[in-house]
Design a protein around this ligand. Structure first.
Ligand SMILES: [Zn+2]
Length: 204
């Protein structure tokens, strides 16, 4: 029989409703579909976007409506722009652009793999608890060559990342995370594009 006991979500470490767990599993399924075998660049955000339409992998590969790039905003759109794939997404659909994103060895994940419950962005308490799990996942499973930090909330974790000895190259914006969620996301996106292009030889 079903137990009434509350379950903890493995994506955010919080007690979770069946709806929360289902949404978490759905995001995992979408992302797994586009996970490269060898990850060249791991884009690491703070928390999965609160708006479903901001999540890069949301709905892609399913119905045409969800896969249309017009439905994609925020972080997801900035990432396609930074990787030079926005035009492909507009011309050929998001699934085609995500297949190329995967082919180039790009993968997106978040420290908090669920939307934050804190208005205005994830609180440090929410993130802190997940950091050891994410570091272990990066070390044992994802094993990227490079990690690009894409949320300003991750600046507070830079020292911890540096001490983590993951053996990766960090892609940073003047010593900080690329603030795709900051006051000027267009400028941060442009700098991320330059940083990725500047290391093109190391991406594949
Ligand atoms: Zn969760």
């Amino acid at each position: 029989m079903n137990s009434p006991k509350t379950l903890l979500c493995d994506g955010c470490g919080q007690p979770a409703s069946p709806e929360h767990l289902a949404a978490r599993l759905q995001r995992l399924e979408w992302a797994t579909r586009y996970r490269p075998v060898h990850i060249g660049v791991l884009f690491l955000g703070a928390a999965s976007p609160a708006a479903a339409g901001d999540y890069l992998y949301a709905g892609a590969g399913e119905d045409a409506q969800a896969a249309a790039v017009g439905a994609l905003n925020g972080e997801g759109r900035h990432l396609l722009s930074a990787t030079g794939l926005l035009a492909m997404a507009q011309a050929s659909g998001r699934a085609a652009a995500l297949a190329e994103f995967q082919h180039r060895g790009y993968f997106l994940t978040h420290i908090l793999e669920c939307p934050s419950k804190v208005p205005g962005g994830p609180g440090s308490a929410e993130i802190e608890g997940q950091v050891p799990l994410v570091l272990a996942r990066i070390r044992r499973s994802l094993r990227p060559k490079r990690i690009a930090l894409i949320a300003h909330g991750l600046d507070a974790l830079l020292a911890r990342f540096a001490a983590s000895e993951l053996g990766v190259t960090w892609v940073l914006d003047g010593g900080k995370a690329f603030a795709l969620d900051g006051a000027d996301p267009a400028a941060a996106t442009a700098r991320l594009r330059e940083a990725l292009a500047g290391n093109a030889g190391g991406i594949r």
